[in-house]
Write a protein that binds this ligand. Structure first.
Ligand code: GLN
Length: 271
């Protein structure tokens, strides 16, 4: 009893310091640079940094390689950071907290870039940039498994990723299938590979990328869910949203977007 009370007391000054430090950070705006002008410069959580929430691994959008987080989304946000004259700092956190808006609203990060689909529900909790990528749900399974669609999974196990549009799609469209929930894509794909589940549902981009390397597995089906990815910011953070949208627009017209796309997907985006 006494011990835990002491612990709490001991924490108070530390917390006070942390709050003061966070307050200091908030009043700092990035300085220098030509665009945006000082008046239009968004307030960043940490001076000199653009803090991004993302859920790793989500290859090829964001994943770790040789101790560095790289990927398609990472490079797009790097362009935003460059425009702000700051550097991007990535916070790896479960996707469910990103998509619910909890992370943005609690000030964990300035923006969220996580291969995240723009949805009506999410739009109620935070704001999205203009769409930057098209996606659809897909099903991955071992070659020769007999899995061809959701109907063929009747009574079998399907891996879903917590809080994703794939999770939602499976709950609605696969009532006779046993859904097994995983916190991230890495765990989901691992379950597919070990045979702990019969198939996995997730976005087409990440599944095709995985099946390219894991040649015993294939994408057996795409569902026409017509999704589009957007970058999330806290509701009302219009200054940052404008910088993101301007950056996306400029990257598309300059050809920079196509270059990044080709680097991570091996082909030009279809228009
Ligand atoms: N695009 C999907 C969604 O928004 C999956 C995103 C992810 O798992 N990172 O739910």
């Amino acid at each position: 009893m006494l011990r835990s009370k002491l612990k709490v007391l001991a924490l108070v000054p530390v917390l006070a310091l942390a709050v003061a430090a966070a307050g200091c950070g908030k009043s700092d705006t990035p300085s220098g640079g030509t665009t945006p002008g000082a008046a239009d410069a968004p307030q960043l959580l940490n001076a000199g940094k653009l803090t991004t929430c993302t859920g790793l691994p989500y290859e090829p959008f964001q994943f770790e390689k040789d101790g560095k987080v790289i990927g398609f989304d990472v490079e797009l946000v790097d362009l935003v950071a460059k425009k702000l004259n700051v550097t991007q700092e990535i916070v790896d956190t479960p996707f469910d907290g990103i998509q619910s808006g909890v992370d943005l609203n609690s000030g964990k990060c300035d923006l969220a870039a996580a291969g995240m689909t723009i949805t009506e529900t999410r739009k109620q909790n935070f704001d999205f940039s203009d769409p930057y990528f098209d996606a659809t749900q897909a099903l991955v399974s071992k070659k020769g498994s007999g899995v061809t669609d959701l109907a063929s999974l009747k009574g079998k196990k399907l891996a879903v990723q917590n809080g994703t549009t794939g999770d939602e799609y499976a709950k609605k469209n696969a009532p006779d299938v046993e859904l097994v929930t995983f916190e991230d894509l890495g765990l989901l794909l691992n379950a597919v590979e070990t045979g702990a589940v019969d198939a996995g549902i997730n976005d087409n981009g990440v599944l095709y990328d995985w099946a390219k390397k894991k040649t015993d597995y294939e994408v057996v089906k795409e569902f026409d869910t017509g999704e589009q990815y957007g970058i999330g910011v806290k509701k009302g953070n219009d200054k940052l949203l404008k910088v993101i949208n301007d950056t996306l627009k400029e990257a598309k017209s300059s050809g920079e977007y196509d270059k990044i796309y080709e680097k991570w997907f091996g082909k030009k985006p279809s228009k």
